[in-house]
Design a protein around this ligand. Structure first.
Ligand SMILES: Cc1cc2nc3c(=O)[nH]c(=O)nc-3n(C[C@H](O)[C@H](O)[C@H](O)COP(=O)(O)O)c2cc1C
Length: 370
């Protein structure tokens, strides 16, 4: 009761300083794949620029995952950031968002085992091990079951680290305000982290330090060529039973190690996700992710998953996070900030158009003013 009386119900609308950049509010648009790059070069188009422009009142936008190299591809029609043409394509988005006064980071993505030979000219996708996540993969011919990938050689890993670095450089060239490494949701980096997806016995497998190594290798290389204060990392520490990833008895120690060590990098932020599934009966899973890592991390924390205006304000008031990211609510409500401010009803998301081509379910969600 006392807590409710003291609750600041407008905290999410307060501005926030993110390494010298003023965010207009504490509402972040979470990264969301929308598969609208249905063109031969997987280039971000005018339509994509318009989608992000419509959502530029978010304090910060994190784009959909954008592929760092052809090897990183695991879904069709996703824009990349490894060719000149793709960099030019993304410039349309950054210019459109900046014109509206918004701030936008690019999420750098490699799907690892979550891919299909169809997306790699018939060759097996590369991953830490031959672990098959047993997922349905979105190919040009529709969904196909994943297959066992090819374990990366040390040379493959070196090249992948290089690809992340080049993609980050490209992102800044395209006008992004920063980049976010996609270390979450069971894709390449989390495959390295997870004991059940990584059975390597070299310096990238086995111990916690070894499984986490690739992330720090990427950051060490990145800090030589870009401003590391403009780099964020996304993690999903309690992911369990999704994308084939399992929580195990070392998971909490693993993420404690990763997050503690990230303190040394002075990053823009870490972007954490509360459990996607009910892990309340699992003693190996972190139950309250923001609360847990607030004790360990001294920089900016973005927290995500399932928040509404009230619960977002609650977390901010409790001091467990600095920024809140909203996925589906921003997808369906370009003016989510305004709707929250005016307590207006929210549009419902149309799941059928999450990953389809064109404007429908993409740039045609109504706002208060239209
Ligand atoms: C259509 C869709 C696409 C997504 N694509 C990505 C992605 O590219 N990268 C990522 O890190 N998370 C992705 N996510 C997860 C969201 O960022 C977010 O974690 C999730 O929607 C939960 O937040 P919410 O409850 O506010 O929607 C996606 C979610 C949705 C609904």
């Amino acid at each position: 009761m006392l807590k409710n009386n003291l609750m600041n119900t407008t905290k999410i609308f307060e501005s926030y300083e993110l390494d010298g950049v003023k965010l207009a509010n504490r509402m972040v648009m979470a990264p969301m794949t929308r598969s609208r790059s249905n063109n031969s070069g997987n280039v971000a188009t005018e339509l994509i620029a318009e989608y992000y422009r419509q959502r530029a009142t978010a304090g910060l936008i994190v784009t959909e995952g954008t592929f760092i190299s052809p090897e990183a591809v695991g879904v069709v029609n996703v824009p990349g950031i490894y060719t000149k043409e793709q960099v030019e394509g993304w410039r349309l988005t950054t210019e459109a968002v900046h014109k509206e006064g918004g701030i936008i980071f690019a999420q750098l993505w490699h799907t690892g085992a979550y891919s299909h030979p169809d997306l790699h000219g018939g060759k097996k996708p590369l991953a830490p091990s031959d672990f098959n996540p047993n997922q349905q993969v979105f190919t040009a011919e529709g969904f196909k079951p994943s297959e066992a990938p090819k374990p990366m050689t040390l040379q493959d890993i070196e090249r992948t680290i290089e690809d992340f670095t080049k993609a980050a450089v490209n992102a800044f060239e395209a006008g992004f305000d920063g980049v976010e490494l996609h270390g979450a949701n069971g894709y390449l980096l989390q495959q390295f982290f997870s004991k059940n997806a990584n059975n390597r016995n070299d310096s990238y497998g086995g111990s916690i330090e070894n499984r986490a190594r690739i992330l720090f290798d990427i950051l060490d290389q990145l800090k030589e060529v870009v401003d590391i204060h403009k780099v964020g990392v996304r993690l999903n520490p309690s992911l369990d039973g999704i994308m084939g990833i399992l929580v195990d008895e070392e998971t909490i120690a693993l993420y404690n190690y990763i997050v503690s060590r990230l303190n040394d990098y002075d990053l823009a932020y870490i972007h954490l996700i509360e459990p996607f599934t009910d892990v309340s009966n699992n003693p190996n899973a972190i139950q309250e992710v923001a609360k847990h890592f607030r004790q360990l991390y001294k920089g900016t924390i973005i927290i995500n998953r399932g928040f509404n205006k009230e619960t977002a304000n609650q977390v901010l008031n409790d001091g467990d996070a600095d920024l809140i990211s909203f996925g589906v609510p921003f997808l369906a409500n370009p003016d989510l900030v305004e709707k929250f401010k005016t307590n207006s009803p929210l549009n419902q998301p149309d799941q059928a158009t999450f990953y389809t081509a064109g404007e429908r379910g993409y740039t045609d969600y109504p706002t208060i003013s239209n």
